[in-house]
Design a protein around this ligand. Sequence first.
Ligand SMILES: Cc1cc2nc3c(=O)[nH]c(=O)nc-3n(C[C@H](O)[C@H](O)[C@H](O)COP(=O)(O)OP(=O)(O)OC[C@H]3O[C@@H](n4cnc5c(N)ncnc54)[C@H](O)[C@@H]3O)c2cc1C
Length: 425
Amino acid sequence: MAQLKILISGAGIAGNALAYWLAKIGHDITVVERFSSLRDTGLQLDLRGHGIEVMKRMKLEEAFKAKVAPEKGVQLIDKRGRRRAFFPATTTKDGVQNFTTEFEIMRGDICRILYDAAVKHGAKFIFGTSIEKYDDKGSSVVVRLANGREDSFDLVVGAEGLNSRTRKMMLGPGAKDAARPLDGVMVGYFTMHKPIQQGEEFLATFYVAPGNKGIMARRSHPETLQIYIGGKTHALDNVARGDVKAEKEALTEFMRGAGWETENILKAMNTDNDFYLERMAIVKLDRWFKGRVVLVGDAAWCPTANTGMGTTSSIVGAYVLAGEIGRHCGKGTAEKSDKSDAGADLDKALASYDAKFRPFMDQVQKGIGEGSDWGMSFMSTAFGISLMHIFVAVLAFFQVNIGAMVLKEQVKDWKLPDYEELNEA
Ligand SMILES: Cc1cc2nc3c(=O)[nH]c(=O)nc-3n(C[C@H](O)[C@H](O)[C@H](O)COP(=O)(O)OP(=O)(O)OC[C@H]3O[C@@H](n4cnc5c(N)ncnc54)[C@H](O)[C@@H]3O)c2cc1C
């Protein structure tokens, strides 16, 4: 098949990674992003396992390392700020990454690294608009953008994150959305001005308070702290998504009096800043494509921050989708072959992407949002938290890898496919 004309909706992690691979092999790639410019904000993310290998295959290791966040590890503290346990960052000799990996990076930095790489290979970006509607004609998709532009594509990709609109359109009117909320679990992210004190290290500091409340403060910059604040509450159930003022008010009400540095952190939260609230939800779909429309990243399979695998899954999933398109449809630079059947080749590529990557995501998502909430109930009391401190201190004493224990990096019996089709331009 010759060059495919592909529209990717969403210039986040998954969208930019996919744009990079497909533009690199010569396809005609357009990315539409609803935001008016590249959304290079957000706090610290990491890559784990196969995500690290894919980043290396993208030849972005040097660019990544130049921006790596300097976090040295994570400490658990009590309400007086006393350290109860410490887990150091992974070093190259370790196997599975710890809570702090060797590949920590600010979301904005990785988003921009991927965007620059995609642009370098010829991907086009349109900011400030989104897909208003599309009509899947079978052999092409006619898309109307909110800016009034209409165009036809061989394939449309929804890479719009957790609350994907393309996913809703793909499922059709009246269909139940695939995002299943984690019963009131939410976290607010923002950056707080707090210069580093003498003797202070670049650490993540984790504090748990009774009533299913928690705060993590991460230092990756001498002038600022990254704050993650939240827990489990239904206080935000009636607050509209994106109403930042109301979200902050409800979160303040929920967190007030939680101990440690809570009051100072709430004060900083209630100023003008980059606050972003995530209402945690897992996305589960029986199929990630329908006709000529396919999903990738959180839009398709959001595993939640509880797995530590959101960014890795996006990068690996985008690689598998691009690889299957390369394998079944060829490069965009190839001569059109009389024997190729464009529609059938794309069908095979999408089916193969789904079949190959699903076992990976099934393992990552396993247990999330299922089963009982005993852990939450246990840690809702001061007594439960004290016992947890003792347990975690024992783990730290024996140098247990807490990342391997609680996160989902270890995907078993799944081999990262090799795609020689992605190797050269
Ligand atoms: C601003 C921002 C800050 C974030 N901060 C954190 C964080 O601190 N910690 C963390 O763990 N995760 C954070 N995330 C989520 C994290 O990036 C993803 O969970 C993960 O990397 C998977 O990436 P993704 O590409 O699937 O989704 P995302 O990275 O969420 O990217 C989705 C992109 O699609 C765009 N978009 C949404 N709807 C439309 C539409 N209708 N049309 C066109 N474009 C659309 C969005 O603006 C965004 O650029 C953040 C996401 C965003 C957008």
